[in-house]
Design a protein around this ligand. Structure first.
Ligand code: UDP
Length: 252
């Protein structure tokens, strides 16, 4: 499928004009960045895995009635999505303490939280995506009160879906980040889950061993990132059998 002009290049993806008005082609790169792009590398195969995994999660969300921007996967590295106006917030949902929350509040990583906690960061790399409150969001007009109610609902539904899917394959969903887009349909607008959902934007720990299967493998130099992502994909049945790291087979 012919893609149009490049619209935007981010850290992990490139966006091109899509074949129909209102569509965009999302191209998944192999680039990995962490700590606001202070640490960078190219990880062979990461883009292919994230394209497949994001397709898997977005399709599952659509099936349970959670609206997303996803239309279809086009090839190994590209997917067709609806063009939407991204709300400039990173919506983070946490089930267990980790990362910046552990640092900020002095809670040991892996501590279960009393209930899922939703946080908002203002999307601005030059500021390091600072944590903001609903007061900032309302005062600066980034989203209306109605939007915030809808965003909270979407975030918690995505959390329930992803936690359940992961639990089913022996993985604990520690936290994740989503982005929300506005799509316009005639005079109406609605909010959809946009961007991507992949191990780049989630923390995923093996329930038995605690092994990290997400971007912390890259951030903290814990081994092969593609092996970790391929393990998630293999457990979910996204990778054809026989590819990715194999679990030892028990012979009795
Ligand atoms: N996250 C993300 N993009 C960001 C910041 C965070 O995808 O720009 C994800 C991150 O992978 C984790 C969750 O959001 O799953 C919470 O991240 P945290 O605030 O702990 O930040 P970090 O420790 O990654 O700086």
């Amino acid at each position: 499928m012919a893609r149009g002009k490049k619209i935007y290049e981010g850290k992990a993806k490139i966006l091109f004009e899509g074949p129909e008005p209102g569509t965009i082609v999302q191209y998944f790169k192999d680039d990995a960045t962490a700590f606001n792009a202070e640490k960078k590398d190219v990880i062979d195969g990461k883009g292919v895995l994230n394209n497949r995994l994001s397709e898997y999660f977005m399709t599952g969300l659509t099936q349970i009635g959670v609206p997303t921007h996803f239309l279809k996967r086009l090839n190994m590295r590209e997917q067709l999505v609806r063009n939407c106006e991204i709300i400039p917030l990173e919506v983070i949902v946490r089930n267990f303490a980790a990362g910046s929350m552990s640092k900020r509040l002095g809670i040991e990583e892996g501590t279960q939280l009393p209930r899922p906690i939703v946080e908002y960061c203002y999307k601005d790399d030059s500021l390091g995506d600072p944590l903001v409150s609903e007061e900032h969001i309302a005062a600066f007009g980034w989203a209306s009160q109605q939007d915030m109610d809808d965003i909270l609902g979407l975030a918690l539904r995505v959390n329930d879906y992803l936690s359940g899917v992961m639990y089913g394959v022996g993985i604990r969903l520690i936290d994740f980040k989503i982005e929300i887009g506005r799509v316009y349909e005639g005079d109406f607008q609605r909010l959809v889950v946009a961007d991507e959902i992949s191990p780049d934007s989630c923390r995923l720990w093996d329930i038995e061993s605690g092994q990290k299967l997400d971007k912390d493998v890259f951030r903290r130099d814990l081994g092969s990132l593609t092996d970790a992502y391929a393990e998630v994909a293999r457990r979910l049945g996204v990778l054809p059998k026989g590819t990715g790291p194999q679990k030892p087979t028990l012979v009795n």
